[in-house]
Design a protein around this ligand. Structure first.
Ligand SMILES: Nc1ncnc2c1ncn2[C@@H]1O[C@H](COP(=O)(O)OP(=O)(O)O)[C@@H](O)[C@H]1O
Ligand SMILES: [Mg+2]
Length: 239
């Protein structure tokens, strides 16, 4: 296994507020790593700093051994931001076409690839509608479909399943597992604890630090509890 993402002593301040206070983390090739923590814990900041969208005050963030931002690597990453960045006056299909072209997908396979990702997020029947008429959950699904285009070797997903119903959530997790089996690696943030159980490893972000980092079953054993939710509550009590 090789390091896909390596964070060492990552520290990030916004004004007087220290949001990340020495975060150490690694994502290994072929795993799903879940970053969990309460709202405001700094999960999105970890992702943005990792991808070079925010600069760290100290420490280092590397993706495939390189400092970000790196244009070549960005083309290999499927990033889904927490807030949807979609063209609302265009249809779902037009959005997918736009991002597919941006990602350099070959014209001859573009249609088939759009159909594939639309099916994963169950948007096939809605692709002809304007995004301005989509619900919040549909917009999340379209953003996820865009991230999945071209089967990137690294998926970075910031709360991808917010507003998505349980049945589709299960399908999305099956797709993530399938992507990993095909050689991708996934960094995902969530505050849904049952999703944390589905990750290969889970990192608990609390007080600007990674308080616990291991396989879900190992964390539950270490903390002598049955669920990640309880691990989380115990770790919070230790702060
Ligand atoms: N660009 C910014 N400027 C100032 N404060 C920010 C900025 N981005 C995030 N923060 C603050 O950093 C903290 C962590 O935010 P965030 O990383 O979005 O947390 P999470 O994703 O875990 O909910 C919050 O208190 C938030 O208000
Ligand atoms: Mg966030």
């Amino acid at each position: 296994m090789a390091d896909v993402i390596t964070l060492q002593g990552l520290t990030k301040r916004f004004g007087q507020q220290t949001v990340l206070n020495g975060v150490d983390l690694d994502l290994q090739s072929g795993e799903i790593l879940g970053l969990i923590g309460p709202s405001g814990a700094g999960k999105s900041t970890v992702i943005k700093t990792t991808l070079g969208m925010e600069f760290a005050d100290s420490g280092s963030a590397k993706v495939y051994g390189a400092e970000m931002p790196n244009r070549v690597l960005l083309g290999q990453i499927g990033y889904m931001a927490q807030s949807d960045a979609l063209y609302t006056t265009l249809t779902g299909r037009e959005n997918l076409e736009f991002f597919a072209v941006m990602k350099g997908l070959p014209k001859d396979t573009l249609g088939a690839e759009i159909d594939r990702v639309a099916q994963v997020v169950d948007l096939t029947g809605d692709l002809g509608k304007r995004v301005s008429g989509y619900s919040g959950g549909m917009m999340r699904r379209l953003s996820l479909a865009i991230a999945l285009l071209h089967s990137p070797r690294l998926l970075v997903l910031d709360e991808p399943t917010v507003g998505i119903d349980p049945a589709l959530r299960i399908r999305i997790w099956e797709e993530l597992r399938r992507a990993v089996q095909a050689g991708s690696s996934v960094l995902i943030t969530t505050h849904v604890m049952d999703e944390a159980e589905k990750c290969d490893r889970v990192a608990l972000l609390l007080g600007g630090k990674v308080m616990a980092f291991d396989a879900p079953a190992k964390l539950e054993a270490d903390y002598n509890v049955d669920t990640i939710e309880e691990v989380f509550l115990k770790a919070e009590g230790e702060l």
